[in-house]
Design a protein around this ligand. Structure first.
Ligand code: NAD
Ligand code: TYD
Length: 334
């Protein structure tokens, strides 16, 4: 059993990780989260009364909020999930990405250094950029293409500098595209599922032949826990999913699973759109992790979850997200 401070734990993957650690590992977990548009206490609703769970609202770029959370939790490790995570928003408004990824990560690293705490940075395959054939290893060059991935890359480099310079006990875990329950509807899979359930058009960027390496959020969360426990200081571990699909293949599966009459609409492509992501996970597999959920089964369960949990997405779909959708797609939701 350990005491963990989970920054960004009210988001999609962070809340999945918190659930796993409380229910399957018996850890004590404190969440520090700013509750941006993407962070919601609803994501942790089922855990709110758990005796080993605490929630604190605060930003990772705020040193007082961070030191207060460390003191109150007596944590042994800090995990940083906190991030701005949507590529399209990073293209429209990069400011918050720079602040949270650069300044926020710096504040957390300083706090970890001051208290000699273990530190885990949650990162992404997008730091390697796009790959037409083959797969990225941890040795592949870093070649990010969006403000999202460039600032995530900067954060990773800062983490490695703290290991090299100050001997911090830190590790980095890079995941491929996640999917599953509690993912914000701005992302491909929940957006398409909810549009399909409402009869809205399904907006596919460009030709839709971009490929993503899908990993279920419970598999990525397990990889993060595994790297926290078994990863070597200063090392990076990729955690890629077992399946790759083009966006059109994903959307067609969703049409089939929902039985929807919604139609694919090819819309203007994302600027600088990465064509394909693919991660080799040999290094983390050698530590004893492997993904358990295949895409077909995981997607079907995910569609069922969204169909059954309107209480979760209705407030989002009727709020600020509508205005975001109009700005991004030039049309309103049904
Ligand atoms: P998310 O957008 O669902 O959640 C992000 C969380 O961070 C939210 O709860 C938000 O309120 C919080 N947050 C944002 N800025 C903050 C700040 N300054 N201080 C404190 N909290 C803040 O994101 P997610 O999909 O759960 O991603 C979590 C992590 O995993 C991110 O670091 C992301 O880069 C990484 N990742 C995501 C994916 C994916 O496909 N979603 C894939 C690989 C890696
Ligand atoms: P997204 O979920 O934003 O994740 P990422 O950009 O981090 O991979 O998008 C996944 C893929 O789906 C990406 O190639 C962009 C594409 N996409 C669409 O075609 N239409 C959409 O409305 C969205 C949100 C994404």
């Amino acid at each position: 059993m350990s005491k963990l401070l989970v920054c960004g734990g009210a988001g999609f993957i962070g809340s999945t990780f918190v659930r796993q650690r409380l229910l399957e590992h018996g850890d004590e977990v404190t969440v520090l989260d700013k509750l941006t548009y993407a962070g919601r206490e609803e994501n942790l609703k089922d855990l709110a009364d758990h005796a080993s769970f605490r929630f604190r609202r605060g930003a990772i770029e705020d040193p007082a909020a961070v030191s207060g959370a460390i003191e109150a939790s007596s944590c042994e490790a800090i995990l940083n999930f906190a991030a701005e995570t949507h590529v399209d928003r990073s293209i429209a408004e990069p400011d918050a990405f720079v602040k949270t990824h650069a300044l926020g990560t710096y504040v957390l690293l300083e706090a970890a250094r001051a208290q000699s705490l273990r530190y885990l940075q949650v990162s992404t395959d997008e730091v390697y950029g796009s790959i037409d054939v083959g797969t990225f290893t941890e040795e592949s060059p870093l070649k990010p293409s969006s403000p999202y991935s460039a600032t995530k890359t900067g954060a990773d480099l800062l983490v490695q500098s703290y290991v090299h310079t100050y001997g911090l006990s830190a590790v980095i875990c890079r995941g491929s595209n996640n999917y599953g329950p509690y993912q914000h509807p701005e992302k491909l899979i929940p957006l398409m599922v909810l549009n399909a359930l409402h009869g809205d058009p399904l907006p596919v960027y460009g030709d839709g032949l971009q490929t993503r390496n899908w990993i279920h959020c419970t598999d990525f969360a397990r990889a993060i826990g595994h790297v926290l426990e078994h990863g070597q200081d200063g090392e990076v571990y990729n955690a890629g999913g077992p399946d790759e699909e083009t966006n059109l293949e994903v959307v067609n599966r969703i049409i089939e699973l929902t039985g929807s009459d919604s139609r694919v609409e090819h819309v203007i492509d994302r600027p600088g759109h990465d064509r394909r992501y693919s991660l080799s996970s040999e290094k983390v597999r050698a530590l004893g992790w492997s993904p358990r959920v295949r895409f077909g089964e995981g997607l079907s369960e995910t569609v069922d979850w969204y169909r059954d949990n309107a209480w979760w997405w209705e407030p989002i779909r009727s709020g600020e997200y509508r205005a975001y959708y109009e700005r991004q797609y030039g049309r309103s939701l049904a």
